[in-house]
Structure formats: structure tokens, C-alpha cells
Design a protein. Structure first.
Lengths: 88, 88, 88, 88
């Protein structure tokens, strides 16, 4: 596992803890807007993890594919993923 | 807890399970694009939970505030939250 | 037209100017990342206009519907819209 | 201009037309939810244009940078842009 993947994994674990805390808040009947802000914090962590994964994917898999003249398919795959990420 | 809150709580628990599965995938060194798609699925669940919370918040807290002529502040609070949700 | 609608209309007009400037940048063959940042600025303006429209919609149409005990359908309509806005 | 850039430019022009139509709708005092849906359609076009620009950027600028062992900085630049695109 490279550095970006390690950071992504750590961020996912933090996101999991964040969601556990949010579940606890709902069970304690906390104010909806506060719960919603906690969900946003979890989403922000997931986006961060996702960007780290995409970054190392381009730096490794896509770079290697370019070297073997098979970059276009790999880039298409990344763009298809990004289309889902940005909700297109 | 009203029905929408119960559904939101259940959805958060599903999102937690989804993130646990994604952590496992990373530890098993699965293909980056597949991991990223799993993160997207977790984000989709968080958005669903968030919408349920906002929905019941408008139907309850905001409606009651309108009845007491204090709706505007509550709507401002919701819009401020939505601004963060949509990344404005 | 109320104040929030006037602001939304003005913001849409600014967004239109922003897109015209971005089109010009592409025709002048400017650096892709700079073009992309200009598109982001236009999207940010559209989000701002959208939030203003949703805000005055809740403050007016939804509030009136609550007074006539028909709020739930109006809120469902707003939530359906928000689901599209946040890409759920 | 390559094919993806041409498509992006055409999509930006369509987005401009879409915003002009939305401005007209607001001036005609059309229903807020309908106006908001038109704004969403414009945002969807901008996202499409942005993805085309990012795609050809990776296929050209980033690929060339990899060949000169300067890929990492270019990827960092793309990821910084994506962080803004996805609202992180």
C-alpha cells in the first residue's frame, strides 16, 4: 500500500467513527440541523478518501497504462467514475 | 422519533456497514476504481439520510416556526445548511 | 418579484456573463485548468441563484401550503428537487 | 482544438442558451420549482463540459508530463481542481 492509500484507509476509518457518533446523536434525539452537519462532516471525509484514491490511481495505474499506450481506456474509466462523483 | 427519522437512522447504520466493507476492500488491496465506487455508494446513503432529516425538519420544526411567525430564521438556518450540502 | 427572486435573477445574469467569458477563454485556447476554474465559478453562481429561489419558495409557497394543511406535498416537491440538486 | 475541447465548447454554448431560457422563465414569473429544474439542467451541462476538459487534459497535458517525469505536479493540479469540483 502506498502513502496515499494508507492516508485514504485512515480517512475511511475516521469517517466510520464520524458516522458512529452521528448515529449516537440521532439516538440521543439531538437537534436535526446539528445531526445534518455531522453527516456533512462524514461526507467530507469520504470525499477526501476518494480524492486520495483517485490521485494515486492516476499516478500509478494511469501512468503505467500511458507507458503501454493503453492510457485512453484508463482515462475513460477515471472520467466515468468522476461523472458519478460529481453527479453528472 | 418520527418515521423519517427512523428511516434516516436506519440509513446511517447501512452507511456505516458500507464503509466497513470498503475498509475491508482496501485492506484486501482491491482495484482502486472498485473501492472508489463503494465510497460513492456510502456517500449516496449519507445523502439519503440527510434528505430524510431535512424533510422532517421542514415538516416539523419549520412548520411550527411559521405558526409562531418565526419561520424566516428557521428557513435561513435550513438554507445555510443546504449551502454547505451543495458545496456553495 | 420579491427580493430573493430579484437577487436570483441578477445572479443568473452574472452566471450568463461568466459562461460567455469562459467560452471566449476556450476560443483563445487558454490553459485547461484555468478554463475549468471559470466553469466552477459559473456553477457556484448557479448554486447561489438556486438557493435563493428555494429559500423564497419555502418562505412563500411552502408556508402558505402549511397554512392550508397542504404543506406535506409541497415539502415532498422541495425534497425531490433537493435530491436532484445534491445528486442523490 | 481537439475533439473533446470542441465538444466542451459546444456544451458551454448550450449551457449559455439554457441560462438565457431560465432568465426568461424568471422574468415571465414561472413556478419556482420549474425554474430551479432549469438551473439544474444548466449545471448538468457545465459538469459535462468540465469533464470533457479534464478528460482531454489528462490525455494530453498529464500524459506528456508523465513522459518527462513531471507527472506528479500535473496530477496534484488536477486533484486540487477536483477537490473544488466535488466541494471538498
Amino acid at each position: 500500500m502506498n502513502d496515499d492509500q494508507k492516508k485514504a484507509l485512515q480517512t475511511l476509518k475516521t469517517a466510520k467513527g464520524q458516522i458512529e457518533a452521528t448515529i449516537k446523536m440521532m439516538e440521543d434525539d439531538r437537534y436535526c440541523i446539528d445531526v445534518s452537519n455531522q453527516i456533512l462532516a462524514a461526507q467530507s471525509l469520504l470525499k477526501k478518501a476518494d480524492l486520495l484514491i483517485i490521485k494515486q490511481h492516476i499516478n500509478n495505474c494511469v501512468r503505467e497504462a500511458f507507458e503501454q499506450d493503453q492510457g485512453k481506456e484508463k482515462v475513460d474509466e477515471v472520467i466515468e467514475l468522476l461523472a458519478k462523483v460529481i453527479g453528472k
